[in-house]
Design a protein around this ligand. Structure first.
Ligand code: URA
Length: 214
């Protein structure tokens, strides 16, 4: 699939969004995003643009959205394949969800140096890609993993603990907010974030018909 002309260095968010919105399918979006250089600091040091994983069918049961790639993701070009990804895979399997049936995406597609939190202009420039990804994939349910993703969907004043408490209608889809796997790792196997993340994933599995009891 031919790529579109990619966003240039320092492209404005609306230019990225216009290009992303013109991608007629996932393959075109992915090929175009891989050449995006809108964020100068990120484009200068990244090894890969981590576009995201999607099921072969192109129709995920659930779309998981994290913050941004880390070192292993930058090396491999795939989302959630480092320590956070290993925990996510384990908890998805325990909940009864098959990662291969889900989309795994990030708010920002390039690794911020030193794994810093993405800056607001980087999030703004990258937003067009995620909007178009969600349009193309049309997932019935979306799970925001951690505060950066929750804020992307629900706004800057979002408080994670409160946002977790109930689903949020978002553009006609069910949006669920939970902890990022890195928080579960930070607080340890017996910490509250891990138990909450596991319970939230069981609840999502129940809601999409993959589990009898929450
Ligand atoms: N953390 C994220 O938010 N995304 C990844 O892809 C990996 C770690």
């Amino acid at each position: 699939m031919a790529a579109l002309r990619p966003p240039r260095l320092d492209a404005a968010p609306d230019e990225v969004a216009r290009i992303a919105a013109a991608a007629p399918d996932w393959a075109t979006l992915a090929a175009t995003a891989r050449s995006c250089v809108a964020c100068p600091e990120l484009a200068a040091v990244r090894q890969h643009v981590v576009v995201g994983d999607v099921p072969a069918s192109g129709r995920p049961l659930v779309a998981f959205v994290g913050e941004a790639p880390g070192a292993t993701e930058d090396e491999t070009g795939r989302p959630f394949v480092g320590r956070s990804g290993a925990l996510l895979d384990q908890l998805l399997a325990e909940a009864g969800l098959d990662r291969a049936e889900c989309a795994v995406l990030n708010v920002v597609k390039c690794r911020p140096p030193g794994n810093r939190t993405p800056k607001a202009p980087e999030v703004a420039r990258c937003s067009g890609w995620l909007h178009r990804q969600i349009d193309l994939l049309d997932p019935p349910a979306i799970v925001a993993l951690g505060l950066s993703a929750a804020k992307w969907f629900l706004g800057p004043k979002t408080v994670l603990g409160r946002a977790r408490e109930h689903p949020h209608p978002w553009n006609g889809r069910g949006l669920y907010v939970t902890y990022h796997p890195s928080a579960a790792i930070r607080f340890g196997p017996n910490g509250a974030p891990r138990a909450a993340l596991a319970a939230d994933l069981r609840q999502v599995a129940h809601l999409v018909g993959k589990r009898d009891l929450p």
